[in-house]
Design a protein around this ligand. Structure first.
Ligand SMILES: Nc1nc2c(ncn2[C@@H]2O[C@H](COP(=O)(O)OP(=O)(O)OP(=O)(O)O)[C@@H](O)[C@H]2O)c(=O)[nH]1
Ligand SMILES: [Mg+2]
Length: 277
């Protein structure tokens, strides 16, 4: 399968120790060329339990080379989102300095209600203030305390990342793909670049704990990958397979490589976007 091969090639390259270090250095030392943008803002959006908060922790784990877990995660899958606030995470790179990209964590889509799509669209435009408590019953309105009426370039979202779990993509309630597509179209309108990560791949394909690279050969995952491509409409080369750091005690190069590939692409897309503004 050409796209899988493409991803695999990218991965093999990444696995070459030198390149791996190079991408790590690139990600760590990246600075937006456009000085109006303090940090590149990457917003994570998707169903509850998909691994949005876990991905933030995974990225920090890769950068710090140890397991990190600042963003709260939850395993109960009670059907409602564990993350309830609009919260931005800077990625600590040691010595009290931070990477020049930040992740915005959001409340997930839930089978019944979940986050208001209009709130996400406002967030894309930078209208949502830090700490805003998402309320499924009521969307944020101009004049509210949490409404930022004059967003700076740094408040706006520069990359939108859909986070979708590989284990349950077919049990996502029928309107979830529709909701994600709705947000995608709004982002496209604003010309915000979009990517998707298919997470929890280890639950959709067995044996990955021994060799994570096996995921590129897994037929079941390939189906999930194609399904996501068709449902969202995101190009295949913008969908990354990710296993988050959730049960591991230490980081390892192979897992780091997948996560780094995804972040590098997020940075490149975001950089192109802010340079073209
Ligand atoms: N096996 C496995 N579990 C994962 C992976 N990513 C996340 N999880 C687990 O999935 C559960 C939900 O993860 P979260 O990161 O809280 O998901 P979320 O998208 O932030 O969910 P909400 O905040 O509820 O919207 C947690 O128990 C994680 O440990 C993964 O790649 N593999
Ligand atoms: Mg969360």
């Amino acid at each position: 399968h050409p796209t899988m091969e493409l991803l695999l090639t990218e991965l093999v390259q990444t696995l070459l120790a030198l390149n791996h270090k190079e991408i790590h250095d690139f990600v760590k030392s990246y600075k937006p060329q456009n000085d109006e943008v303090g940090n590149l803002r990457i917003l994570l959006f998707g169903p509850t339990g998909a691994g949005k908060s876990s991905f933030i922790n995974s990225v920090e784990s890769v950068i710090q080379d140890r397991i990190c877990g600042r963003a709260g995660t939850d395993a109960t899958s009670a059907g409602f989102s564990y993350t309830k606030k609009y919260k931005t995470y800077k990625i600590n790179k040691g010595n009290q300095s931070h990477c020049s990209f930040v992740f915005t964590d959001t409340r997930g889509l839930e089978s019944k209600k979940g986050v208001h799509l209009e709130d996400i669209k406002l967030a894309l435009k930078g209208h949502v203030k830090e700490g805003y408590q998402f309320d499924p019953e009521r969307q944020l309105k101009e004049g509210d305390d949490s409404y930022n009426s004059s967003p700076s370039l740094s408040d706006k979202v520069h990359v939108l990342v859909f986070v979708v779990p590989a284990n349950s993509i077919n049990i996502m309630s029928e309107d979830m793909p529709k909701k994600m597509r709705d947000v995608r179209l709004a982002a496209s309108e604003m010309e915000i670049p979009q990517l998707a990560i298919l997470t929890r791949v280890d639950e959709a394909c067995s044996g990955l704990e021994k060799n994570i690279n096996k995921m590129y050969k897994c037929k079941h995952l390939k189906e999930k990958f194609d399904e996501l491509h068709l449902q969202l409409g995101v190009p295949k080369n913008c969908i990354f397979l990710v296993k988050n750091y959730t049960s591991e005690i230490d980081t390892n190069d192979k897992m780091n490589a997948h996560i780094l590939c995804a972040i590098r692409r997020m940075i490149n897309f975001g950089e192109d976007f802010v340079n073209n503004l």
